[in-house]
Design a protein around this ligand. Structure first.
Ligand SMILES: Nc1ncnc2c1ncn2[C@@H]1O[C@H](COP(=O)(O)OP(=O)(O)OP(=O)(O)O)[C@@H](O)[C@H]1O
Ligand SMILES: [Mg+2]
Length: 372
């Protein structure tokens, strides 16, 4: 597995084989290892319950790993309480102080450290400006919307100028437009401030647009770590492919090097090294499946299907094409009417062949549901 820090940046945080087993015996983290570079934006992405918050709590000092190491600039920080770590956290439930107003919430850290009041007030103004809440200083927390509270929580963490900021779904309560704006804003803050961000989301689009690297998690461990381009273009297993973007996933048989069978047909592909007649998962992106007329002689030997549904999606049409037992999602700028018989063509380099993994069955079952 790829596990490299960002180019030209030393490692600031090193997570080594961290396990967390809760009192009831549940293993929430099952050997997580991850090196994070200075000023890197790393996102933990995965479905609900996969251990994202638990990982952040370990880094922040709110949970003690059952085993493993967490090094900050080479030093083991597991024995240190949260306030002794140069790490701030924006929690999933943002935990603002309801009895304090907005300015008092944001200045909480500097006030605790006894910093100069006038300087702090200026900083509070700057932070509120940064998160789009100028003029909200005197407002009560209870009078704010969920999205506004979330932004106060971000300002409260940023004012401490931490080396590392942990953000647990910090944009979850925002509407789509504000969420997009805050994504850009946070990305800018991160780049300009030099703060290392460890960001948690289960929104794949958010992860792809914001991160330097993404760690895709499932059931307590990292399945793939890489740049957004790596993760999108070269998913290492069906689970990652399924989680990132739309995809068609089906059973396949790697007949020999560079020849794979799926949908009842043999396709030249670019993969090798699987041996002969090896069961594999085949992943296609919907934009890579080309529909040809059923009588096109150039498509001889290609699987045949029937268009079952057609939706206009703005930039493209989304079609579902039944092909025997399978139903494939196809994106195209060219619409085909429901009921049209077509042939399916896929270029060798657009066929992703993957080894069977722990999540294959679950993912294939989910895709098979579509065909019902
Ligand atoms: N104190 C605890 N005792 C037992 N199990 C726990 C405890 N805290 C968390 N868990 C379990 O550990 C798993 C991981 O939880 P975690 O909160 O890290 O998930 P998550 O990836 O952040 O999910 P979400 O996206 O829903 O926030 C879950 O199954 C959760 O129920
Ligand atoms: Mg969580």
């Amino acid at each position: 597995m790829q596990n490299r820090p960002a180019p030209d940046a030393g490692t600031i945080l090193s997570i080594r084989d961290v396990h967390v087993v809760f009192d009831d015996g549940f293993e929430a983290l099952d050997g997580v290892s991850l090196d994070i570079g200075h000023n890197e934006f790393v996102t933990l992405l995965g479905p609900s319950g996969c251990g994202k918050t638990t990982m952040l709590r370990c880094i922040g000092g709110f949970e003690r790993p059952t085993s493993g190491q967490i090094l900050y600039k080479g030093q083991d920080i597991i024995p240190l309480p949260p306030y002794k770590r140069a790490i701030n956290t924006v929690f999933q439930r943002y935990a603002l102080f309801p009895h304090l107003n907005v300015a008092q919430n944001v200045s909480f850290g500097p006030d605790l450290r006894g910093e100069d009041k006038a300087k702090t007030a200026r900083e509070v103004g700057r932070m509120l400006d940064l998160v789009g809440l100028s003029g909200f200083e005197k407002r009560k927390i209870a009078s704010l919307s969920g999205g506004q509270q979330q932004r106060v929580a971000i300002a409260r963490a940023l004012i401490n100028d931490p080396d590392v900021l942990l953000l647990d779904e910090p944009l979850g309560a925002l509407d789509l437009k504000l969420r997009r704006e805050m994504q850009l804003e946070l990305k800018r803050i991160q780049r300009e401030s030099g703060i290392t961000f460890v960001f948690v989301t289960h929104d794949q689009e958010e992860a792809l647009t914001m991160s330097d690297r993404i760690a895709v998690m499932r059931a307590g461990h990292i399945l793939q770590l890489g740049t957004p381009e790596d993760i999108y273009n070269e998913p290492q297993n069906a689970f990652v492919a399924d989680f990132i973007g739309d995809s068609d996933i089906m059973e396949g048989l790697m007949l020999r090097d560079r020849l794979v069978r799926f949908l009842g047909c043999d396709f030249p592909c670019v993969d090798s090294g699987f041996g002969e007649n090896a069961p594999v998962d085949v992943v296609l992106r919907p934009e890579d499946v080309k529909l040809k007329p059923a009588d096109d002689p150039a498509a001889d030997g290609a699987p045949e299907g029937v268009v079952e549904s057609l939706l206009f999606k703005g930039v493209h049409y989304e079609m579902k094409v039944r092909c025997g037992e399978s139903v494939l999602l196809v994106h195209s700028t060219h619409a085909r009417d429901v009921g049209t018989r077509v042939k399916l063509a896929v270029a060798p380099q657009d066929i992703q062949v993957m080894r069977k993994s722990e999540a294959s069955e679950e993912v294939l079952r989910r895709h098979a549901e579509r065909a019902k």
